[in-house]
Design a protein around this ligand. Structure first.
Ligand code: TYD
Ligand code: MG
Length: 436
């Protein structure tokens, strides 16, 4: 018989498992991310669970064609009563599903989930704030206090106990946040790989068994030695990411993974005095002004089904470092590098000896390749110290040889630009930027 392993080593970045410790994770290539995690057999987890949970369940096989009550229930969809939220999820919150709600600290995760519970009612488990703090927030937000029950705890065991005791009462529970929760049967401090994994595993099991939809809040931190929610992504049904600049008011909700729907939709909110407010497309204007200046380009991206006008800024300066610097905020690093290379080749700019920084204004991330042309336009404009034509909009995907390709929903983008008093500039090759 094979010997039972006492522990495994898990990468805190990608979640890959290894039997032995090693310096580099073969899964994602990161260094020093492997953490030792005791297996549940070693901690006596399995035994404890079947004893702790009074469950006499027979192993059951269900025919998909049969219409048992259980199946009907699991396909129930709960509307969040926030259209922006429902759209990101597909139709709404699926009964018994588990959603990881991630984002940087301070972006507004607790605020949005409090507002959500205020609309549909449910249990709010707080491990970070006191009941009083939550009460203050609820009052400030003006949501219905009677709809929210609060459980202040850091213990997964207590959450399990409460949910089991009152299983019919809640359709939705929020656990804020997974980083401060402790599961008794796992080892390690809160936030460690073992705790995150076991805590999430138990919440997923609870959600499926009791039919309560659970939102798990997970902070995204940039520090490498803290296990991030990345590790948890494959354990849950849906991964939502809430993004935005802390100092700005725009917030975007995206689904990065969704077992029940598409992942290309976004929900848009604005943070104000009374929490988050849903906004319409035409209220989104991330362009800082109409007057033209060097290093700025405006584009219209389509995120999900929403057109958004965004400003891209570039700074191209002579470099005095042996390795010129590259910095990209709001666009993918590799895509940014590629666009720098294309600009160098097709426009003849000596970017190999320049520091290049590109930033999308308003704290949004642009995934749409239709923004390529504007990124190159902003770099060109900064290098030349010459503004692009006033009120112009650049849209197009740029190929490796500098050709500008059409992107989807061109008509809608043109309409959006026109609606905001701007005009789409048509170019077939980035060389033509020189003539603008
Ligand atoms: P919070 O929801 O606590 O963020 P997270 O849970 O993601 O860490 O929100 C934090 C910020 O939101 C805080 O800086 C204050 C601001 N805020 C408002 O601007 N308006 C409001 O009505 C509320 C409740 C918060
Ligand atoms: Mg919070």
């Amino acid at each position: 018989m094979a010997k039972k392993r006492e522990s495994v080593f898990v990468c805190s970045d990608c979640g890959n498992e290894f039997l032995k410790w090693q310096g580099q994770c073969f899964g994602c290539g990161q260094w020093n991310t492997l953490r030792e995690v005791k297996t549940s057999q070693a901690v006596g987890g399995r035994k404890k669970r079947t004893v702790g949970v009074k469950r006499e369940r027979e192993v059951e096989v269900v025919n998909l064609g049969s219409t048992s009550g259980k199946m009907g229930k699991s396909s129930q969809i709960i509307s969040s009563k926030l259209s922006e939220f429902d759209r990101v999820l597909g139709k709404g919150i699926i009964h018994g599903s588990v959603m990881l709600f991630s984002g940087e600290p301070g972006v507004g995760k607790s605020t949005l989930l409090t507002q959500l519970l205020g609309k549909i009612g449910g249990l709010y488990v707080t491990g970070e704030e006191s009941v009083e703090q939550i009460r203050l927030r609820v009052r400030r937000l003006g949501v219905d206090e009677r709809k929210i029950d609060i459980l202040a705890t850091n213990s997964i065991d207590e959450i399990e106990e409460v949910l089991e005791r009152v299983k019919k009462v809640y359709k939705i529970a929020v656990v804020d946040s997974i980083q401060v929760m402790v599961s008794e049967r796992a080892t390690g401090v809160p936030g460690s790989v073992g705790q995150l994994r076991d805590g999430t595993f138990r919440l997923v099991e609870l959600a499926k068994r009791l039919g309560v939809a659970i939102f798990i809040v997970g902070h995204v931190t940039k520090e490498g030695n803290i296990a991030g929610p990345k590790l948890l992504e494959h354990m849950v049904d849906t991964v939502l990411y809430f993004e935005g600049e802390r100092h700005g008011d725009l917030r975007i909700l995206r689904a990065i993974k969704n077992r029940f729907g598409a992942t290309d939709e976004v929900g848009v909110f604005k943070m104000g005095e009374k929490g988050l407010r849903q906004v319409r497309s035409d209220e989104i204007n991330l362009v800082s002004g109409t007057e033209a200046s060097a290093g700025r380009a405006v584009t219209v991206t389509i995120e999900g089904s929403r057109p958004m006008m965004v400003e891209i800024q570039a700074l191209v300066t002579e470099s005095f470092a042996s390795m010129p610097k590259r910095g990209f905020v709001g666009i993918d690093y590799n895509r940014g590098q590629m666009l720098v290379a294309i600009a160098q080749k097709s426009l003849g700019l000596p970017l190999y000896k320049c520091d290049v920084f590109v930033s999308v204004m308003g704290g949004v991330r642009v995934m749409d390749t239709g923004a390529d042309l504007a990124v190159i336009g902003a770099m060109y404009s900064s290098y030349k110290g010459k503004a692009l034509p006033a009120k112009s909009v650049l849209v197009g995907e740029v190929s490796l040889v500098g050709e500008v390709r059409k992107v989807r929903s061109m008509e809608r983008r043109i309409g959006e630009a026109r609606g905001l008093g701007r005009k789409m500039v048509r170019v077939q090759h980035i060389r033509q930027l020189k003539r603008l």
